[in-house]
Design a protein around this ligand. Structure first.
Ligand SMILES: [Zn+2]
Length: 67
């Protein structure tokens, strides 16, 4: 059994709350994007790894270049 984004066993670094996947919108190079990121259900802290952020930015640049 596998999920698109695995959060089992993760917990918030700030409060130890459970994480859930939320859509986070951001603007980059005049484009608007939505990404699925793990966020804390308790305090709303969004957790994003440098690797994930870099990958999403690369995707965003590719989308813009295709236009
Ligand atoms: Zn938290």
């Amino acid at each position: 059994m596998s999920l698109p984004v695995e959060t089992t066993g993760w917990s918030c670094a700030a409060c130890g709350g459970e994480l859930e996947i939320v859509k986070v919108g951001f603007t980059y190079m005049k484009g608007n994007f939505e990404v699925d990121l793990p966020a804390c259900q308790e305090c709303g802290q969004v957790l994003v790894s440098e690797e994930l952020a870099t990958g999403k930015m690369a995707d965003a640049e590719r989308i813009l270049e295709d236009k």
